[in-house]
Ligand binder design. Structure first.
Ligand code: GLT
Ligand code: MN
Ligand code: MN
Length: 494
């Protein structure tokens, strides 16, 4: 008998865990699960999700009458309730089905796993669909409404720019009220705020950049605004602070000295690192590169540019990167390689997941919706190397979508990640694929020892070693086969 306790929104993964634990018993016999109500704890139960899970897994969901009474639901199933039920006391699950040895293929639920920390920005699901050629197509919704949408979609957290939450000209009293309402909405929807950032691109003051502006007053204002935004993020417990320099660039190099721009940027970051330390905020800074848009040319065009800057900062340990799929794909680059470079240096502090046609304007499409193969290798990289930071979806729904469809978009981002995670595990467990990998990675411990570290003796030995290039070129590399097997995993036939 399994017993699982659920606290706040951890209910769904725990439920999945129970089902996984039972995966080898799934056959025609439905699993019976009883939901009890347990005194003295606090929990939010999403009845609608249990219905979905129950349907997908042929589960009989019996809700004990005491739980129903407490949740204020009458029906024995209680699962048609579409809203978040607030239970003052938590339930307990008991798996009461008889063991069944018959193994069948598991039908995964792909529900978002809180351990993967799926987050969205207020500006992403709150995007009203304006573009350079057209006006807004969706009504603006408030941050608490966005929290509700994200809570219903099953997200882990929400991030914001200072002015996504508090308008740039809000009074102190307005700010206080907004903060209070937002805190309540986070709690109600079981969301956290892992990351915060500053809007240093919308206001006309920043039309020629923020930290790199030619005007010392604008540079000072940008630093001041960032300090205030850091204060705001810290109020919500954010520990990652993103810097996306959307206006840090030029249309013409006649207008700004590019060497001076790097120096100005470094100076601002050094100042802000000290500010974070002085306030005990414990922030990690994550720099986000983009080659162009909205500027003709943006400084620090690719993730590698920031990786090169970081060691020159006063507090390199506090600083890492926040690469975004679309930003590297716009430039025709291999995003997976940029992320790998950051991971290898221990500098992947945050990641912006979305999708993008190569070479187009910044599209911010739903994760995995364009380049499935790249998305697969990205997820595989993050999972294989145990990336533990938030997986932030910096994307927005099509301009044609209404808010129901925006919710479908948010769910789709997370679901695609979950599916690709499973595909990656499948790839790693595939005997034929692993066999090929062994074959192509030819080890030679003696030679590897020689080349690992330079010494005069190693160099001498290496020079004396006979390495026949004609023989080397003969080694088979069945990469077509390996790639086809990869595609078959992706296409769902393996
Ligand atoms: C803006 C940009 C994103 C950045 C956000 C953080 S704002 O939407 O397109 O890529 O991550 O400033
Ligand atoms: Mn983008
Ligand atoms: Mn981004």
């Amino acid at each position: 008998m399994s017993r699982l306790r659920f606290i706040e929104r951890k209910d769904t993964p725990a439920f999945n865990q129970l089902l996984q634990h039972r995966e080898d018993r799934i056959d025609s016999q439905p699993i019976r699960i009883r939901l009890y109500h347990r005194p003295n704890r606090h929990l939010h139960l999403r009845a609608d999700r249990f219905r979905v899970c129950a349907d997908a897994f042929k589960v009989n969901l019996d809700i004990h009458p005491s739980a129903c009474r407490h949740a204020g639901i009458g029906a024995d199933r209680g699962c048609s309730v579409q809203t978040c039920l607030s239970l003052a006391k938590p339930p307990r699950f008991e798996d009461t089905s008889p063991p069944n040895p018959v193994k069948e293929k598991r039908v995964a639920s792909y529900e978002p796993d809180p351990k993967l920390k799926f987050t969205f920005g207020l500006w992403t699901v709150g995007n009203i669909g304006r573009d350079p050629f057209g006006e807004a197509v969706r009504e603006r919704i408030t941050p608490p409404q966005i929290c509700q949408l994200l809570g219903e979609a099953g997200a882990f957290g929400v991030n914001f720019h200072d002015n996504d939450l508090v308008p740039i000209d809000a009074t102190t009293a307005e700010r206080q009220q907004i903060v209070k309402d937002f805190k309540a909405a986070l709690k109600d929807n079981g969301l956290v705020v892992p990351m915060a950032t500053t809007n240093l691109f919308s206001d006309p003051a920043f039309k020629d950049g923020a930290f790199t502006s030619n005007d010392a007053k604008v540079r000072a204002y940008a630093i001041q605004k960032t300090m205030r935004a850091m204060d705001l993020g810290a109020e919500f417990g954010a520990k990652i602070y993103v810097f996306w320099g959307g206006r840090e660039g030029v249309e013409s190099d006649a207008t700004k000295d590019p060497v001076e721009a790097v120096k100005r940027f470094r100076e601002a970051i050094n100042f802000l690192c000290e500010y974070s330390i002085s306030q005990n905020y414990g922030y990690k800074f994550a720099f986000e590169a983009k080659p162009n848009e909205p500027r003709g040319h943006i400084y620090f065009a690719v993730t590698g540019s920031y990786l090169a800057l970081i060691p020159t900062l006063d507090h390199p340990d506090m600083c890492g990167v926040n690469p975004e799929v679309a930003h590297e794909h716009m430039a025709g680059l291999n995003f997976v390689h940029q992320v790998a470079a950051a991971l290898e240096q221990g500098k992947l502090f945050h990641i912006d997941l979305n999708d993008q046609e190569f070479g187009r304007f910044d599209q911010d499409f739903r994760f995995g919706s364009v380049n499935l193969k790249h998305a697969f290798f990205l997820v595989k990289l993050l999972e294989d190397y145990k990336y533990n930071g938030p997986r932030h979806f910096d994307a927005h729904a099509f301009r044609q979508s209404d808010y129901e469809d925006v919710k479908a978009f948010a769910k789709g981002c997370m679901r695609t990640y979950m599916i690709l995670k499973e595909k990656a595990a499948r790839w790693n467990a595939d005997g034929e694929i692993q066999g090929l990998l062994k074959q192509i990675n030819r080890e030679d411990s003696g030679l590897s020892k020689l080349t690992k570290k330079f010494s005069a003796a190693n160099a001498k030995k290496l020079l004396e070693t006979s390495l026949d290039r004609v023989e080397l070129a003969k080694h088979p590399l069945p990469y077509e086969k390996l790639d086809q097997l990869t595609m078959e995993v992706l296409m769902g036939v393996r």
